[in-house]
Design a protein around this ligand. Structure first.
Ligand code: PGA
Length: 250
């Protein structure tokens, strides 16, 4: 059974003092848990703090976004090389909170995915449908388009060693997680979609579930065959809750 991956997404929360405490608490609770891979994705200004506190520990760190360009006159952007400078190894790409609030297109997201891959960062590509799309029964079509944009542009090999996170938008921050069956069915769809182009890339791909995961529902979700871990928002802001989710994955 491959190791599961649990990723904390702190979103725009925290400050130097509270992050310090939360990272120390993570280390206290998770250092002995060596059967699951754990990553924390912090806001950009705290990457240096994550690097100094987590270096050499069992917890890896990453960012929540990156620029689609390598370098240049792009005010306010942060490049893949800059993330490398702070020892980040993961980066969340295309989170729906960015896609909706900052008008990220599938094409931009694809370019960011490529930036991450070509700079040795593991991209965590977020895909998922709105409630209206689910109720209309077009959720697979929506997710297929998000995946296909990347495959059409760069080929399915680019998914080798990458991470996809299925994040139904209606489940994010609502307390209403997808059922294990709903999630499994979409995860299987995603894996098959990539496998139809490249079997090896698909079988090694980690597919996380994100959206109102907590220590209770994580147990059933992580039991499903194609659920390889979780992307955790709200519960990652409490070391105790996050530990519970990590234990469910271990
Ligand atoms: P949530 O967020 O756990 O607070 O629902 C998940 C996410 O946005 O990745």
């Amino acid at each position: 059974m491959p190791r599961k991956l649990v990723v904390a997404n702190w979103k725009m929360h925290g400050n130097l003092i509270s992050n310090h405490q939360l990272m120390i608490d993570y280390l206290d609770r998770l250092s002995a848990l060596n059967t699951v891979d754990v990553v924390v994705c912090v806001p950009y200004p705290y990457l240096a703090q994550a690097q100094s506190l987590l270096n050499g520990s069992v917890i890896a760190w990453g960012a929540q976004n990156l620029s689609k360009d390598s370098v240049g006159a792009f005010t306010g952007e942060v490049s893949a090389n800059m993330l490398n400078d702070f020892g980040a190894t993961y980066v969340i790409i295309g989170h729906s909170e960015r896609a909706t609030a900052y008008c990220e297109s599938d094409e931009n997201i694809a370019a960011k995915f490529m930036q991450a891959k070509s700079h040795g960062l593991t991209p965590i590509l977020c895909v998922g449908e709105t409630l209206i799309e689910r109720e209309a029964g077009v959720m697979e079509m929506v997710v297929a388009k998000q995946i296909d944009t990347i495959i059409n542009r760069y080929g399915a090999e680019i998914f080798s060693g990458a991470v996809v996170s299925y994040e139904p938008i209606w489940a994010i921050g609502t307390g209403l997680a997808a059922t294990p069956d709903q999630a499994q069915s979409m995860h299987e769809f995603i894996r098959n979609r990539i496998a139809s182009h490249n079997k090896e890339a698909a079988s090694a791909l980690k597919i996380l579930y994100g959206g109102s995961v907590n220590p209770q529902n994580a147990v059933q979700l992580f039991r499903m065959q194609d659920i390889d871990g979780g992307l955790i928002g709200k519960c990652s802001l409490s070391a105790q809750e996050f530990e519970g989710v990590c234990r469910a994955a271990s």
